[in-house]
Design a protein around this ligand. Sequence first.
Ligand code: HEC
Ligand code: HEC
Ligand code: HEC
Ligand code: HEC
Ligand code: HEC
Ligand code: HEC
Length: 507
Amino acid sequence: MNTDDATNSNAPGASRWMRFFPRNLISQAGLMLAVVAVGNIVVFTIIDMISVRPNPYVGILAYMIAPGFLIFSFVLIGVGYWRDRLKAAHGQSSYPRIDLNDPRQRATVFGLLTFLVVFVLISMAGSYKAYEYTDSVQFCGQTCHGVMHPEYTAYQLSSHARVACVECHVGAGATWYVKSKMSGLRQVFATAFNTYPRPIPTPVHNLRPAQDTCEECHWPRKFYGAQLKVFTHYSSDEKNTVRETQLLLKTGGGDPATGAPEGIHWHMNIGNRIDYVAADEQRQVIPYIHVQDLQGRVTEYYASDSKLTKDQIAKAPRHRMDCIDCHNRPTHVYVPPDQAVDQALLGHKIDASLPFIKQQAVAALTASYKTTNEAVQGIANSVQSYYEKSYPDLAKTRQLDIRNAVEEVQRVYQRTTFPEMKLNWQTHPNNIGHLYSSGCFRCHDGQHVSPEGKVIPKDCNTCHTVLAQTDTTKQMVASPGVFQHPVDIGDLTQVTCADCHTGGVGP
Ligand code: HEC
Ligand code: HEC
Ligand code: HEC
Ligand code: HEC
Ligand code: HEC
Ligand code: HEC
């Protein structure tokens, strides 16, 4: 084929449609590419529509890659024609003369216009599909499976497993959509070139404020009142002694219209506004808090143990407190091994009559492993060999119970710890409560004082009252008032629970 033939396409006698067949290599290549791309789009779209659980890559091919090639092919065809025109023009006016009275030209123009309209409609449908696709849980959670594996695994086990990633991470409206797609594009590159951080850091700095995400479903003015929550733990002794605490959590509410503003949801940004300064990336250390109430009265709290000067605090960036400052793990919950094993024992997935099983399970989960496979192997070895050494008879008679326990511990590991992404309960702590990490005690530690002498309370009855708990003689007793710690550690308001309760090996 010869590109110089191009001028012949205007030769009289050529059939009307043949005149559109490109006579130059660039446009011909473009045309071929277009045919292949359309074929691919059709095939992959059909696969995506008829399969029940389509492979995530099918969507990428159908709605992103193939259409990309299609657009590129049109560019090629255009460039080819344009070069022809330049050559044909030879200094004449480069625009063609259109005469709609000429039946042949009229047919050509209408043909082209029809094609354009059809193309635009198809590409609109295509873009919509691409838009829908990049917003799907499948795209966010599975396509980059290695990267998002921890977040996706925890998400599937949470109460938000049916809420799409984008409902919390993007929300409604075009601005955030574009913002998220721009940062998404960066992430696609980071994934492709394997330059993403491990673990994916938290908090998410460009996370949309909760007002536009959580509050689309959860009404901040809802008044919860007091809620009963039961906590069950197993001790690391031979009998795996069970201990229960029944707490009445004073969740309350923040809106005078629905109930007296009180309790935990008092910080709802309705009657007041709380801003704070964090000293670390993870926002676990909070040296300064600024509270402003409806009347405009301001109270400032300074951490008495902070090394930051007032000047540094004045210059530091401030965060406005919202739902996510407490509910930072509404869906990606990386349960500490201690708590995860308690749940497995409570759910009878692990037999609590196996001696020291709580202690051994937590120890196996907490040991350091480089990969998940190594962990699965290591857990089996350590639990199995413990019983063979310490309880040789039992290792024979209760083989099945031990094997079931091992398998459950392996599953617990895979749900909660992700060595490939260097992620676990310690890298991504939960801010609800205060047992395994500072949580509420980031501010409610009794050390945050205002110049007038007000203290953010750490009193044990500020947030909950104990209805009943297993006492030191292992009996369930009603209403001891405040929490009785199972071993004497002195004044509870003077300790930091997470110092001893690390979530791993220990109490
Ligand atoms: C119920 C709301 C919600 C849903 C649904 C949700 N996320 Fe998140 N996500 C959050 C919050 C809140 C954070 C942590 C924010 C913080 O601490 O700044 C987060 C953090 C993350 C992080 C940072 C690492 C981490 O664990 O903190 C990644 C990555 C992530 N989410 C991915 C996803 C993916 C993928 C999906 C869907 C499979 C998803 N999210 C669904 C609310 C949600
Ligand atoms: C698309 C709607 C939707 C969005 C957005 C949403 N949630 Fe939820 N959330 C729900 C539903 C539905 C439930 C109840 C699930 C159930 O009980 O099975 C729930 C349950 C909860 C619970 C109680 C259960 C638990 O896991 O402790 C909390 C707390 C919660 N959401 C916080 C949040 C926070 C914080 C955000 C924002 C990061 C958020 N939700 C965003 C729909 C949503
Ligand atoms: C000061 C910290 C804090 C803030 C801020 C906060 N919450 Fe809560 N919220 C809690 C605690 C603590 C509970 C009690 C439940 C628990 O401990 O799991 C709770 C309970 C809830 C529940 C009920 C859970 C259930 O199991 O019934 C929902 C839903 C909820 N919060 C949503 C929100 C939303 C939405 C916002 C933002 C508008 C918000 N919370 C702000 C601490 C907070
Ligand atoms: C960023 C700091 C901060 C964090 C984190 C925080 N609080 Fe508070 N909280 C405050 C401040 C400030 C006050 C108001 C103290 C005052 O001026 O009386 C307060 C007051 C309260 C009150 C008393 C409300 C009343 O009736 O007067 C409760 C209950 C409470 N918080 C519960 C919690 C719980 C539960 C958590 C953890 C899930 C938590 N807070 C986390 C700063 C914080
Ligand atoms: C600022 C509010 C606040 C204060 C002050 C507070 N707690 Fe709590 N505490 C909570 C919340 C919220 C939870 C529930 C956490 C959850 O839902 O997982 C909790 C849970 C607990 C639990 C059950 C934990 C478990 O996993 O078994 C115990 C025990 C407890 N608190 C004891 C205390 C003691 C003792 C004090 C006094 C030193 C205290 N709390 C002070 C907010 C508070
Ligand atoms: C000095 C270390 C230390 C501190 C600080 C500490 N604990 Fe404990 N805690 C222990 C020990 C030891 C046990 C007994 C563990 C066992 O029997 O297996 C225990 C047991 C518990 C239990 C019973 C469940 C279990 O894991 O066996 C609860 C609930 C508990 N502590 C709550 C708290 C709370 C809440 C705080 C903070 C107010 C706190 N602890 C501070 C050492 C500590």
